[in-house]
Structures are given as structure tokens and as C-alpha cells.
Design a protein around this ligand. Structure first.
Ligand SMILES: Nc1ncnc2c1ncn2[C@@H]1O[C@H](COP(=O)(O)OP(=O)(O)OP(=O)(O)O)[C@@H](O)[C@H]1O
Ligand SMILES: Cc1ncc(C[n+]2csc(CCO)c2C)c(N)n1
Length: 265
């Protein structure tokens, strides 16, 4: 008789952290850390900043915060905005953060972690390590790490950012841009993805990066997978659409989930 497969615990996902504050209070279990990368700040950066438990800038991400927050809050005094949006840490190999920006935040009490000796891991990797090892965060079991500006730029950086998802499969990490978000669905779980229709969808994708999948089963999509295999060189699920409030995914390999974000005028 074939051995019984190990049971797979359910894992649920939600992008409720992107909801405007008027829509809901932050739901229980939604604690998150923010990592600001070296790309234009997404429009929702101020909202996410206010609710984060810990805020980290990856090297040149500190320049984006310094320049970008006053631009996103045009009615307010730029100096006051900068002082208010002070990161807890700036970490990286420090070849992109401008000296005056580093000095400005350092004088406000931001911790500077210079890891220029490590040229084998990306600044995002260094920042995720900081968050996962940070003793100030009491309960890290369900802490989510939101990486702002992770997509839509240089392709080598984007792939490096996606690799970080695979390097930390046991941590919840979400890569964000103004246009979409990405996270990993580890094969050890069954997944239930709640769709916040006011802020995300309908376009989505399920992509096996690294290894092909032999069997993926989904519900809630326009083009569901029914024990289907996926691989680069064969089928991968791009330009799919969400059609239900909850999407479920079961797969024999880790998959990348991506969904478009809605732009409100
Ligand atoms: N164009 C981009 N697209 C996607 N992510 C980016 C981009 N630029 C930077 N990042 C992210 O922001 C982090 C910090 O960026 P920064 O430019 O400081 O890195 P860097 O190591 O100096 O880059 P490089 O030396 O390769 O130009 C990177 O580790 C990466 O995760
Ligand atoms: C095979 C290989 N390719 C590229 C790099 C370069 N690199 C990768 S991460 C990083 C730090 C970026 O802040 C740098 C410079 C390397 N070390 N090894």
C-alpha cells in the first residue's frame, strides 16, 4: 500500500493590511515589519508605516524615505514629515545611502548597521535577517515582512528579491510595488487566499520558480488547475483571474502567488 501523505496544515493569507484605516481596524494576527527598498515609495507607504511594528530601510531605501515621504504628503511641512517617518534601522552594504541622509537619521536615533563586508547577500536579505533576529519583536510567529518597492525595477534586483522568498520559506514575506504583490506558497501547507476586492485583483498568477510542479489544484480562479503540472518551458499560470472571494491552492512544490493591485483615482 502507498504510504499516507503527511497532513498539510492550512495557511491563510489576506491583504487587509492595505485597506484604508476607515475600512477596518488592523485584524488580529496582522502584525508586520516594513522594509523600504531603493525604489520609488508606493503610494500606500505612509499608511503601512503608521501601522508597522518595526521599520527598516535597506541601504538606498533611506534616500527614498527621505525624499519620498514629503512628496507623498504634499500638504505637510517636509521637515516635520521627515522627522516623523524615522526608520528604526538602516541596514545594508551602504553604497547607495547618501551620507547626509545617513547622518540625518543617525542624529534622530536610527540604528545604522553597515555590512559592507558582505557582498554575497542582497540588502533585502540583510534586512529580513535583521527582522527575524530582532529581539524587540515579542511574537514573531505570525509576523509578516512587507518589502516596499520590490518589483517593477531592475530584473536582477527583482529576481534577487524573489530569491529572498525562497531563502526564508518559513517566514511570511510579501513583495510589493504600486502595481502588484507577490508571496510564496510553501508546499507544506494548503493555502486559502482571501481576496480584498476593493484593493486587489482581478489579474493573478501562480508560478513555479526554480522547480516544476507535478500537481497543483486550485479553486476560485477563472482558469483553475486540476492536478495540473507547471514548468518553465511548459505551462505556467499567468494572466489568470480571481473569480471568488477566496482562492485555494494545493501544490507539490513551492509556488509564487501574484495579484494585481487596484489604482484608485
Ligand atoms: N530597481 C530595483 N528593482 C527592485 N528592487 C530594487 C531595485 N533597486 C533596489 N532594489 C532593492 O533595494 C535594495 C537596496 O537597494 P540598493 O540600490 O541600495 O542596493 P545595492 O546593493 O546598492 O544595489 P546595486 O549595487 O546592485 O545597484 C536591494 O537589495 C533590492 O532588494
Ligand atoms: C555569484 C555572485 N554574483 C553576484 C555577486 C554580487 N552580489 C550579490 S549580492 C551583493 C550585495 C549587494 O548589496 C553583491 C555585490 C556575488 N557576490 N556573487
Amino acid at each position: 500500500m502507498a504510504p499516507t501523505p503527511a497532513p498539510r496544515p492550512a495557511m491563510s493569507h489576506s491583504s487587509a493590511f492595505l485597506l484604508p484605516s476607515s475600512s477596518s481596524v488592523a485584524p488580529a494576527g496582522s502584525a508586520y515589519a516594513l522594509v523600504v527598498l531603493n525604489q520609488r515609495l508606493p503610494r500606500f507607504a505612509p499608511l503601512l508605516w503608521d501601522r508597522a511594528q518595526v521599520r527598516v530601510c535597506a541601504d538606498g531605501g533611506a534616500n527614498r524615505l527621505f525624499d519620498g515621504m514629503p512628496e507623498l504628503l504634499p500638504g505637510q511641512d517636509p521637515d516635520e514629515v521627515r522627522a516623523r517617518y524615522k526608520p528604526d534601522v538602516i541596514k545594508g552594504d551602504m553604497d547607495s545611502v547618501r551620507p547626509e541622509v545617513m547622518e540625518y537619521y543617525s542624529n534622530l536615533g536610527t540604528k545604522i548597521v553597515d555590512e559592507s563586508h558582505d557582498q554575497d547577500t542582497t540588502d533585502l536579505h540583510k534586512c529580513v535577517t535583521f527582522v527575524t533576529e530582532n529581539s524587540l519583536i515579542a511574537d514573531k510567529s505570525n509576523l509578516c515582512i512587507l518589502a516596499l518597492g520590490a518589483l517593477g525595477g531592475r530584473f536582477d534586483h527583482e529576481m534577487g528579491n524573489i530569491n529572498v522568498l525562497h531563502l526564508f520559506p518559513n517566514n511570511r514575506i510579501i513583495l510589493l510595488s504600486d502595481d502588484c504583490l507577490i508571496f510564496l506558497l510553501p508546499r507544506a501547507h494548503t493555502h486559502s487566499i482571501h481576496i480584498e476586492r476593493s484593493i486587489e485583483g482581478p489579474h493573478c498568477g501562480l508560478i513555479p520558480i526554480g522547480v516544476p510542479s507535478t500537481s497543483t489544484i486550485t479553486t476560485g480562479l477563472q482558469w483553475n488547475l486540476d492536478n495540473t503540472s507547471m514548468s518553465f518551458g511548459g505551462l505556467i499560470s499567468t494572466s489568470n483571474m480571481v473569480v471568488e472571494e477566496d482562492v485555494t491552492v494545493i501544490s507539490d512544490t513551492d509556488l509564487i502567488w501574484t495579484i494585481s493591485l487596484r489604482h484608485h483615482s
